[in-house]
Design a protein around this ligand. Structure first.
Ligand code: COA
Ligand code: AMP
Length: 632
C-alpha cells in the first residue's frame, strides 16, 4: 500500500488501522476497545488489553527462534570494552534483576528511578521494571543533584538504580556522591539504592541503604513477566517545560508497543534481525524508544554505545562502529554530525571502514540544517539522509520520510510528511489553518496516535493547560513551521521558552529562575542564540539591583557556576551580559525574538510596541562585547 493510502486509512479509520497494527503483537488479553476516553476525558488506546512490554521485547523472541541472536551490542570506546548479549542472555539477566528488585519490595505500579551512564545494566534495569509492571523514570546522567532530587520527589520511587560513575571522553564522573546529595535533598528518598560498581571509580556504600548490583544479582530469583494493562504506565520521562518544574511525560504500555513496532518498518524500513544503532543516551526519549524498546520488540540487534562522535578516540568513531557491527540504520542528532564535520570536514577518517551494510541515516532532536544535510549526502555517497521530527511527549516520530512504506524525494530542511496516525496542521494564533508557505503554530488534531503521552505524571491539569487548551481539539506541539506547496513539513523551532542545546532540551525559564535568585540580580532573561555546533546556546541578560556592587566577571562566573551545579554542565550557559534595561513591549513582555534576531541580523526592525528603543541598542552592544553570533 502506498504511503498516501496508508496515511488516509490511519486518519479516516484510526480504530481499524491500529487494531490491525495491534494484532501484530502478542497480547495476554486482547483489548476490549481500541480507542476510548478515560474518566478524565483523555483519549486512551487499547483499554482492557493486557500485555508485558519486557516479555514482548525478550521472552517472545527467545521462544520464537531468536534466542541466540544478539539483542544488544555494548560498544564502549571510553572503557575499551565490547560485550554482546543474546536475547536469551538478556532475558535471563533481566529476569534476575527483576527478581532482585522484587526482593527489595518493588511491585507493579511502584516507581524506580534509574540514574546511569550508557551501560547494558541501564537497559537491564529498564526492562526489569517493565517486567514487573513497575514504572521506571530514567534521569539523564548529566543532571546534577538538584535536578535528580526534583525528579525523585515527583516520582516518589521505591528504589533507585545507579552506577558508581560515568565517563565523559576521558573524564571519570563519580555518580554516587551526586546520588547521595540528591537523596539528602529529597523529601521522598527511596529506601533502597542499587549501585553498579564500575572499576573506574568505586562508590562508597551506605550499608543501611545501598546494595551492590553484583551481590544482589547473585542471590536473586528470576521473576516472570507480569501481565499489565495496556493503559498502565510503563515509564515517566521528565522533560523541560517553560518553568523550573520539569514535566513528567507518562508513557503507557500497549499504545507504545504497538506504535514502536509499526514505526520500525514504516519509518525506519527495518526487518527483524537487522542491526539498528541509535547514538543517543538512555536518559532521553530517543534512547528509551530506539535504543531499548523498539529494536527489541521488533527483534533487531541494538547497539548501546558509550562514547562520543569525536575524541573517543577520533571523528571516525561513528564509521568504526557502523562497519564493525554491520549497522543497517543509524540514528543520531545533527549536532553530533556537526561535531564530526568540524573535526574531519572531508570525512577522511571514513576511509578504510566497510560501510556497505549502511542503508540510511536518521536525524532528530533538532532541525537538520541544510549544510549538514548536504555534507552527509556527499560523504555517504548519496545514501538516504532522513530528518524526522518528534518530541519526548510523542515517544516516536511525528513526521518523517516514510521509508518503509514509500520513500519520498528528499527535500533539504524538511521532515517530509506526517507519519500515519498524526494529523499535523499549521495554525494561526487563533487556531485557523494556514495555507501552504505560511509559517505558524504546528498542532496535531486529536486523538494523538498510540504511543503518545496520555497525561503528565500526577498533573492532569498541567497536561490540559500545556497542550490542549490553546487550540481546542488539538495537541499544541509548541513548535513552529510551515508546509510547502508539495505538502512537505518544515519545523523551524520552538515557539515557547524551550531551547535545544546539542540535542538536549532545556528550559530558559528554569535558567532565569536560577539567575533571578542571585542577590545582585533585579531582572533577567535567557535566550537561545544560534550556534554553529550546538544548534543553540543560552545567553543571559541581567539588570542589577540598584546599589549592587559586583563586577561583570564575578557575576558571570557566579551565574555560570549556578547553572552548572543546579542543572548540569550540558546546559552550557557560558555568557551573561549586564544591561541597564531589558527590551520590553509597553505591556511589559520581554522581546526575546528581537534579542535572538540581533545576534544574527544586522537589520532588525524595532518593534512598534517597544517601550524604550535604546534598550535594543544596548543588547546589540552587549552581544558585540560577548563576541557571540555575528559578532564572533
Ligand atoms: N554526564 C556528565 N556530564 C555531561 C554529560 C553526562 N552524561 N553529558 C555532557 N556532560 C557535560 C560535558 O562533560 C561538558 O562538561 P564541561 O563543560 O565541564 O566540559 C558539558 O556537559 C557540555 O557537554 P556537551 O554539550 O555534550 O559538549 P561537548 O563539547 O562535550 O560535546 C558533542 C559536543 C556534540 C560531541 C555532544 O554534545 C554530543 O555528542 N551531542 C549529541 C547529543 C545527543 O545525542 N542528544 C540526544 C538527542 S537525540
Ligand atoms: P525532545 O523532547 O527533547 O525530543 O525535544 C523535542 C523538540 O526538539 C521538538 O519540540 C523540536 O523543537 C525539536 N526537534 C526534534 N526533532 C526535530 C526535527 N527533526 N526538526 C526540528 N526540530 C526538531
Amino acid at each position: 500500500m502506498s504511503y498516501h493510502e496508508t496515511y488516509r486509512r490511519s486518519v479516516d479509520d484510526p480504530e481499524g488501522f491500529w487494531r490491525e497494527q495491534a494484532s501484530k503483537l502478542h497480547w495476554f488479553r486482547e483489548p476490549e476497545t481500541i480507542l476510548d476516553k478515560d474518566r478524565k476525558g483523555f483519549y486512551r488506546w487499547f483499554t482492557g488489553g493486557q500485555l508485558n512490554v519486557c516479555w514482548l521485547a525478550l521472552d517472545y523472541h527467545v521462544d520464537n527462534g531468536r534466542a541466540d541472536q544478539t539483542a544488544i551490542i555494548y560498544d564502549s570506546p571510553v572503557t575499551e570494552t565490547q560485550q554482546r548479549f543474546t536475547y536469551r542472555e538478556l532475558r535471563d539477566q533481566v529476569a534476575r534483576f527483576a527478581g532482585a528488585l522484587r526482593a527489595i519490595g518493588v511491585e507493579r505500579g511502584d516507581r524506580v528511578v534509574i540514574y546511569m551512564p550508557m551501560v547494558p545494566e541501564a537497559v537491564i534495569a529498564m526492562l526489569a521494571c517493565a517486567r514487573l509492571g513497575a514504572v521506571h523514570s530514567v534521569v539523564f546522567g548529566g543532571f546534577q543533584p538538584h535536578e535528580l532530587a526534583v525528579r525523585i520527589d515527583d516520582a516518589k520511587p521505591k528504589a533507585l538504580v545507579t552506577a558508581s560513575c560515568g565517563i565523559e571522553f576521558t573524564k571519570v564522573i563519580p555518580y554516587k556522591p551526586m546520588v547521595d546529595e540528591a537523596l539528602r535533598r529529597s523529601e521522598h528518598p527511596p529506601r533502597k539504592t542499587v549501585v553498579l560498581q564500575r572499576p573506574q571509580a568505586k562508590a562508597e556504600m551506605d550499608p543501611q541503604r545501598d546494595l551492590d548490583w553484583t551481590t544482589l544479582m547473585q542471590g536473586a530469583q528470576p521473576a516472570d513477566a507480569v501481565a499489565v494493562d495496556a493503559t498502565d504506565p510503563l515509564y515517566i520521562l521528565y522533560t523541560s517545560g517553560t518553568t523550573g518544574k520539569p514535566k513528567g511525560v507518562v508513557r503507557d504500555n500497549g499504545g507504545y508497543a504497538v506504535a514502536l513496532n509499526f514505526s520500525m518498518r514504516a519509518v525506519y524500513n527495518l526487518e527483524p534481525g537487522d542491526v539498528f544503532w541509535t547514538a543517543s543516551d538512555v536518559g532521553w526519549v530517543v534512547g528509551h524508544s530506539y535504543i531499548v524498546y523498539a529494536p527489541l520488540i521488533y527483534g533487531c540487534t541494538s547497539v548501546v554505545y558509550e562514547g562520543k562522535p569525536v575524541r573517543t578516540p577520533d571523528a571516525g568513531a561513528f564509521w568504526r562502529v557502523m562497519s564493525e557491527h554491520r549497522v543497517k540504520t543509524f540514528f543520531t542528532a545533527p549536532t553530533a554530525f556537526r561535531a564530526v564535520k568540524k573535526e574531519d570536514p572531508d570525512a577522511k577518517l571514513m576511509a578504510g571502514y566497510d560501510l556497505s551494510s549502511l542503508k540510511a541515516l536518521y536525524l532528530a532532536g533538532e532541525r537538520l540544517d541544510p549544510p549538514t544535510y548536504e555534507w552527509l549526502k556527499k560523504i555517504t555517497g548519496q545514501r538516504p539522509v532522513i530528518d524526522h521530527w518528534w518530541q519526548t511527549e510523542t515517544g516516536w516520530p511525528i513526521a518523517s520520510n516514510p521509508m518503509g512504506l514509500e520513500p519520498q524525494p528528499e527535500k533539504s530542511g524538511s521532515a517530509t510528511f506526517a507519519v500515519p496516525g498524526y494529523q499535523v496542521e499549521v495554525l494561526d494564533p487563533k487556531g485557523n489553518p494556514l495555507p501552504a508557505g505560511k509559517q505558524g503554530n504546528i498542532a496535531i488534531r486529536l486523538p494523538l496516535p498510540p504511543g503518545c503521552l496520555p497525561t503528565l505524571w500526577n498533573d492532569d491539569e498541567r497536561f490540559r493547560t500545556s497542550y490542549l487548551e490553546k487550540f481546542p481539539g488539538y495537541y499544541d506541539t509548541s513548535d513552529g513551521g510551515y508546509v510547502d506547496e508539495d505538502g512537505y513539513l518544515y519545523i523551524m523551532g520552538r515557539m515557547d521558552d524551550v531551547i535545544n542545546v546539542a540535542g538536549h532540551r532545556l528550559s530558559t525559564g528554569e535558567m532565569e529562575e536560577l539567575i533571578a535568585a542571585h542577590p545582585a540580580v533585579a531582572e533577567c532573561v535567557v535566550v537561545g542564540l544560534e550556534d554553529e555546533l550546538k544548534g543553540e546556546m543560552p545567553m543571559g541578560f541581567v539588570v542589577l539591583k540598584d546599589g549592587a556592587d559586583i563586577s561583570h566577571e564575578d557575576l558571570e562566573r557566579d551565574l555560570v557556576q549556578t547553572v552548572r551545579t543546579h542543572i548540569g554542565a550540558f546546559a552550557c550557559l557560558q555568557k551573561v551580559a549586564m544591561v541597564q534595561k531589558l527590551p520590553k513591549t509597553r505591556s511589559g513582555k520581554i522581546l526575546r525574538k528581537s534579542i535572538r534576531q540581533l545576534a544574527v541580523d544586522e537589520d532588525v526592525p524595532v518593534p512598534s510596541t517597544i517601550d524604550d528603543p535604546a534598550s535594543l541598542e544596548e543588547i546589540r552592544s552587549a552581544l558585540e562585547r560577548a563576541h557571540v553570533g555575528r559578532f564572533r
